[in-house]
Design a protein around this ligand. Structure first.
Ligand SMILES: [Zn+2]
Length: 403
């Protein structure tokens, strides 16, 4: 069996608490075979020295869009309405590589935004070794209420045939049908949008009734698919909680009581703080390090409330609107807003693994899948080090940093 002995300056994994110096990690095949003091691990394996580096479990971003690219280059509407699915897929292949090179070995990709089921095809190509990329959890088209998502019809001629950003449904029957259809096309999770800017003055309001949400969640559950809900409006969040979704995305206007209920029902939160920064930069004149916009303040407030109420918080950045390969910025924000660097690292490793129900990922321990990243410096002390990924292994194969 193929074996590699990794000898970094230190090893960090959630169970260790403090990083351990002078440790080595033996990988056999696609699994971690041993984690011990370097002098105790004697093996015929090919050794890879990683001086000055901290070895971490492969990082995970649980909210990404591989089929989008930054809106300051091409607006969302132009990407969805003018770029072909083929062109967007070619871009997504590049995005997948950029992600893996940044040490992110798993993405939960929350909707192709008009690129159909191409995410399931990309996942297949990655899993078959045709192109490099992270492990993917895909959701295909995602589900929205009729007229409850972009492109917004009022911005176009009413007789325009607009390509939809997600699958539109109304009523319980259509909700059930969409879940079954997406699952059949390869969705690992079901993604729904529980609110959107549908108010008369563009206010964000709930788009699905409680009955519709319950129909989506129950059908998904029958099919073994967890549900991720995009939700910013507090009423919509409440409905999602009552319907029994598994994760809530964004949550910018969530109240303390709502986060309390999430904690009680063990619904995880993906705060997507970085996308609030990106949108503010592109469209609201925000300058990095300057005065935060209202949207950024809302995101920060939601993150603070969720922490105070003990909600499980995973790393979910909403990367796509900002460049692929920069998911690490979310960890930087989490630390800036109060987490310790170690907590932030956990959100992208052990906690993320728990949210996606995978105990064979997110840890450096014997028997776990060998998804690993080594960074220059000590990210447990200074989270900025997380941007300096020099070595990446996925499923036991070195994908970056071969000496
Ligand atoms: Zn998103």
């Amino acid at each position: 069996m193929n074996a590699t002995l990794l000898r970094p300056a230190r090893v960090w994994t959630a169970e260790f608490g403090e990083p351990r110096e002078g440790f080595a990690v033996l990988v056999q095949g696609n699994r971690i075979a041993r984690v011990d003091r370097a002098d105790a691990v004697k093996d015929e394996a090919r050794a890879v020295d990683l001086p000055g580096m901290t070895l971490l479990p492969g990082l995970m971003d649980l909210h990404s869009h591989l089929f989008l690219h930054p809106y300051n280059i091409t607006s969302w509407d132009d990407q969805v309405l003018k770029e072909s699915e083929a062109f967007r897929t070619v871009r997504a292949v590049k995005h997948a590589k950029d992600t893996l090179d940044a040490g992110f070995t798993l993405l939960r990709d929350l909707g192709t935004e008009g690129a159909g089921y191409a995410d399931a095809a990309l996942k297949r190509a990655i899993d078959s070794g045709i192109v490099p990329g992270p492990r993917l959890i895909v959701t295909t088209r995602a589900i929205v209420a009729s007229g409850g998502y972009a492109p917004m019809r009022k911005n176009y001629r009413p007789d325009c045939c607009l390509h939809a950003g997600a699958e539109e449904v109304s009523g319980v029957d259509e909700c059930v049908r969409a879940v079954r259809h997406q699952a059949a096309h390869g969705a690992d999770w079901i993604k729904l949008y529980a609110d959107y800017r549908v108010g008369p003055n563009g206010e964000t309001l709930p788009t699905f009734s409680l009955e519709e949400l319950k129909a989506i969640v129950n059908t998904a559950r029958d099919l073994g698919r967890p549900v991720a809900a995009h939700s910013m409006n507090d009423d919509a969040m409440r409905r999602c909680i009552e319907a029994g979704v598994d994760t809530i995305e964004h949550g910018y206007s969530g109240t303390r009581e709502t986060f309390q209920r999430m904690a009680e029902k063990d619904i995880a939160f993906l705060p997507t703080i970085t996308v609030a920064e990106a949108i503010s930069e592109y469209f609201h004149g925000y300058k990095r390090g300057g005065k935060p916009t209202r949207r950024m303040e809302d995101a920060a407030n939601a993150f603070r409330l969720a922490r105070e109420e003990g909600v499980v918080i995973g790393c979910g950045s909403d990367v796509g609107p900002f460049p692929h390969g920069e998911s690490y910025r979310e960890l930087g924000w989490m630390v800036k807003l109060g987490m310790s660097p170690r907590e932030a690292l956990e959100s992208a490793t052990s906690v993320a693994a728990k949210i996606i129900r995978r105990d064979d990922l997110g840890h450096i321990r014997e028997g776990a899948l060998a998804d690993l990243a080594a960074v220059e410096g000590q990210p447990d002390r200074d989270i900025c080090a997380i941007a300096k990924v020099r070595f990446v292994m996925k499923d036991g194969a070195v994908v970056k940093g071969m000496p």
